[in-house]
Structures are given as structure tokens and as C-alpha cells.
Unconditional design. Sequence first.
Length: 325
Amino acid sequence: MSDIDLQKIHDLLVDVAHKAGKMIMSATPHTLGGDTKKNCMSDIFCFRVLFQLLISCLLLEPQLIQPNLAADLVTETDKAVEVMVSATLRSAYPTFDFIGEETYYPGQPLTDAPTFIVDPIDGTTNFVHAFPCVCISLGFTINKVPTVGVIYNPFLDELWTGIKGQGSFLSRNGGPKRQLPLKSNPEPLKDLSTCLVGVEWGSDRHGNNFNVKVGTYAKLAASKKDGGAMVHSLRSMGSAALNLTAVAAGQQDVYWEGGCWAWDVAAGWCILLEAGGIMASGNPGEEVSVDCRKFLAIRAAPSGQEDIKNEMYQVIGEGRLDYHS
């Protein structure tokens, strides 16, 4: 694999990310506000939805008469972006594997082969609400190791990039690249009470995983006199990829998550590690891998990373997240 030109792959992914960003913004739901104008892509998608609605009425299928237009728009945009990304990457690298959120099938393996791992829109709930934490996440792995990562938030025009062994960077509004973390001399990590911690509720709000999350969040937030960690604060960005970039930048100290997929984390993992951060399993005592679905990310620091990891594991206690592919 030594003959693979990682810079060339990086540059292609950056180009693809910007094209995807234009598609995402052109299809943004009109809840953004008064200055959001109608456009060809959203017109096409809405026409398709309305056409399906008409057909449903004619066929007397009442359960299809009131579709969620915003959700349908997101689904159509997700698929359209992945089609573009897949076609571009497969054309340039026809022998490489491809795993995408929209085309993934249960049991599809991540192998040692060079693999593009793509989430066309990470933060779909944000997209529906026009909340500006939305991105495309483009990862590339070799031997299951995140090797190139490109994440682009078109709402804020923020481009996050990383190449294994070459550092990671942020560029805003097409400006110069700033190396991550954003602070050249990040502070040591002391304990969780000084940490801004990223968490997400996820879409499955029942059973063991939900109970483990609720219990862990409560302990993180609770005062120390009540046995909690009393973290500085908790944040939910609604995008695994952007949570990882926030940790890579040093804007969040910790991100703990269960339930996300390889396409949510592959790009951000590379960017985080190249910024000096670490990635561990979201469950104490387990090995971490791109497809394990349980993650603990910790920012770069001259000291304290292992201490914070161990303190997080103490907070989690006997609880264990259990997700399957």
C-alpha cells in the first residue's frame, strides 16, 4: 500500500466535499429563513414528493397521503450526494472499496483493503431544523486504520482535513489552513470537572443503551458531593463528525458516544489523532476500532489524557453499551 498517494486522495476528497456542500445547501429546507431562495434541486425533490403524494391519493393509499416533506427532502439529498460521491471516487479509484451510509447493508465488512467510508450528510436532524451543525464526512482507511479525513460544514464554510503523519487542519471561508489543535500550547487535562464534554442522545431512546447513557450523563453532570463528576458542561452538537473535529480543535475536551457508525467517525478519527488527540473505546476494557460503534475521544494535552479516560470509565462504572452492525 506504500504506493498510494495520500495527498492526491486528500485533494480529491476536498474537491468532492465542496461539490457535496453545494448540493446540501441548494437543498436546505426553507425553514432557514427569509433570505433562503428556492432552487432547482429543492424544486426537483419537492416535485418528486408531491408527485408521489398525488399517486398515493389516486391509488387510495391514505397512509401515504401526508408524507413528511422535510424528511423526504433530507433522504433525497442524502442519496443524491452519496451517488455523486460514489461515482466520483469509484471512477478515480475503481479497485478501492466503498462504504456509504445510504448503500450500507447489514453485515457489510470493513476489510484491510483501501476503503472510502462516507457519510453524505452527518447531522440530518440539524439539517431538517436548519441548525448549522451539518457536514459531509469523507474518510479513507488502509488496514482499517483512518488514514485520510475530510469533513466539510457548508453552513459555516469550515473545512477540516487530516492525513496520517502529516497533521490536521481547519480552513474557514476558503482562507488559510490553521493547524490543529487551534491552541499551539493546549492546557493539561486535570479532571472531568474542568472538561467540556460532548454527548448525544441518539435516536434509540429505550433499553440498555439508553439507560447506560442516561446514567452516565447524570453522573457527569451531578455535583461531587452527590458522587458525580460535575463536568464544566455537556454539549450535544448533533453530528458525530463535528463532535470529533471540536475535540481535535480543542474546543471540546471529551466526546463520549455509542451508536454511531464507521462513516460517522472514520474521517474525524484521522483528524483527531493528527491533532494529538486519542480515541478509545466507549466501553471500559474494550478495544476500539472504526466499526465498533462505541467511542471515547479526548483532546490533545501535554498530560492528563489517560487520567481523563480512566475517570470517564469510573463514571460509566458497570454499564456497557451494546451495539451491533
